[in-house]
Design a protein around this ligand. Structure first.
Ligand SMILES: [Zn+2]
Ligand SMILES: [Zn+2]
Length: 307
């Protein structure tokens, strides 16, 4: 029996042999918006929350990740877009893309499928709700904003750690196979890296619900979708005049992460620019020149003091 409605007898009354029949029954209920109706019908129809949550998250991950990578694959085939490519001479070959696709698919099924299938029992233990109606949109927006900030912080420090000696050699080197990344490479990484950096995406909401006692699974699915889009887009290799970083100067975007792949150093954060800016780890020749200029001025000041 599903816990999508607070009243469990309602679930039995609404269930039909088909998904559309179940949806039709639910549409007769007052006060549910369209998304909530489809959500509730999914849980009532399957009447097995472990399967419903597991299957939903697995499909969400696959559809959003590959669905978001596909436009970048098409753009790579169109010479018109070459003018927006950050490293214009480095167009990924079909062979490179196929290799990456196979590797990402394998890791999705082997590494990431397990936590996805055990996710619902964990949600129940933590108090993550699947019930309709959903929380107010302002609550969801606040929580998603907070997850972006926390994930970015976690990503910055863990990614920086992955660039040290043995961590780089045995784990992170795999992700740096592509000096000019493309959308699909976002999740091309060693399993240990996928788990560590993945903690920023899934673990931060878990810490949040442990602290507050309240979080909705729909909020979590929106957050994971946006985070997947951010990860794929930052690996796209394209910087457009209409890219988000042109409107939000603190947004990292592809320009920021492409430099990281190009120079193998600096720009460790995922979504925002402030950690690299304040910790003086910005990547690229301009940032390097500015850093050297600051060092020169500091050295001059110090030598004057001594005189
Ligand atoms: Zn790196
Ligand atoms: Zn990367």
């Amino acid at each position: 029996m599903s816990s999508v409605f607070a009243n469990s007898t309602l679930v039995g009354l609404l269930k039909d042999n088909s998904y559309t029949g179940t949806l039709h029954n639910i549409q007769r209920l007052p006060n549910l918006n369209v998304v909530e109706q489809y959500w509730a019908a999914w849980y009532v129809y399957l009447s097995n929350d472990i399967l419903a949550t597991g299957l939903f998250f697995f499909l969400l991950h696959e559809v959003m990740y590959f669905g978001r990578s596909l436009p970048w694959f098409i753009i790579d085939q169109l010479p018109f877009f070459r003018r927006y490519k950050i490293q214009p001479t480095k167009i990924p070959s079909a062979k490179e893309q196929l290799f990456c696709l196979k590797s990402v698919l394998l890791s999705h099924f082997l590494v990431e499928a397990i936590p996805i299938w055990t996710f619902h029992p964990l949600c129940e233990k933590l108090g993550i709700s699947v019930q309709v109606p959903f929380p107010h949109w302002k609550t969801m927006a606040f929580e998603i904003g907070l997850f972006f900030l926390l994930e970015d912080m976690w990503h910055y420090w863990m990614h920086r750690l992955f660039h040290y000696g043995v961590f780089y050699k045995y784990i992170h080197k795999q992700h740096h196979r592509y000096a000019a990344p493309f959308g699909l490479t976002a999740e091309y990484a060693h399993p240990a890296e996928a788990l560590t950096l993945g903690f920023g995406t899934v673990g931060m909401p878990i810490l949040y619900v442990l602290y507050t006692g309240e979080l909705h699974l729909f909020t979590l699915s929106l957050w994971i979708t946006l985070r997947l889009f951010q990860a794929v887009d930052s690996h796209s290799g394209y910087d457009f005049p209409w890219s988000l970083n042109k409107f939000l100067p603190f947004w990292a975007g592809a320009e920021h992460h492409d430099l990281h792949h190009h120079y193998f150093i600096g720009n460790y954060a995922s979504s925002f620019r402030w950690w690299d800016y304040t910790m003086d780890t910005e990547s690229g020749p301009e940032a390097k020149a500015a850093r050297e200029e600051r060092m020169r001025l500091r050295a001059e000041r110090n030598s004057k003091k001594r005189v």
